[in-house]
Design a protein around this ligand. Structure first.
Ligand code: SF4
Length: 187
């Protein structure tokens, strides 16, 4: 006996950016148009070292389905990704490797720190553990929890989408951004 087909009636198209629209036309700024495209096609690069990585795996699975946000295409080469997801405890020895991965990503790139360990070192207040990845790379969104549930990770991705949507295309050339990079010794 065939199973009844159920359609998800909650699926909605993305909101159109601010601008002017009328019969058969729509005008907006290039910033908003590019932001809309970028925000809905973030390609994740998972840098998972421990338990929080399992939560990220659940986030990619069918129940939570990160693909709904246009982010199903995980890349394991930094050169083809723009959203670095750091999930897990980062030992100080891993710091330079994490930094190298970040540097290999092309601009524009964004970083989410998933879980207490990536944000602050978590419960590992000890000499071999990095007390937050923002000691070696800049972070855009922090997701709290030990571990955070997949809903929290999804919320972090949505907060990042807000940042990406509203980011000026010229931000990466701004003095403030260059100063931020300089703080981390990145040219
Ligand atoms: S925050 Fe908690 S769950 Fe996540 S890596 Fe650290 S110890 Fe594991």
């Amino acid at each position: 006996m065939p199973r009844p087909v159920q359609y998800n009636t909650n699926v909605k198209p993305v909101e159109i950016p601010e601008g002017y629209s009328g019969e058969g036309f729509m005008a907006t700024s290039l910033d908003k148009f590019v932001g809309l495209g970028r925000k809905n096609s973030l390609w994740p690069l998972p840098f998972a070292t421990s338990c929080c990585g399992i939560e990220f795996m659940a986030t990619m699975g069918a129940n939570y389905d990160l693909a709904r946000f246009g982010s199903e295409r995980m890349g394991f080469t930094p050169r083809q990704c723009d959203m670095l997801l750091v999930a897990g405890t980062i030992a100080k020895k891993m710091g330079p490797i994490l930094r190298q991965v970040y540097l290999q990503m092309a601009e524009p790139r964004w970083v989410i720190a998933i879980g207490a360990c990536a944000c602050t070192g978590g419960i590992f207040d000890s000499y071999p553990v990095l007390q937050g990845i923002d000691q070696v790379i800049p972070v855009d969104v922090y997701v709290s929890g030990c571990p955070p549930r997949p809903e929290a990770i999804l919320d972090g991705v949505m907060r990042l989408q807000d940042i990406v949507q509203n980011e000026s295309m010229r931000r990466r050339n701004s003095p403030q951004y260059k100063a931020l990079m300089a703080e981390y010794g990145i040219q």
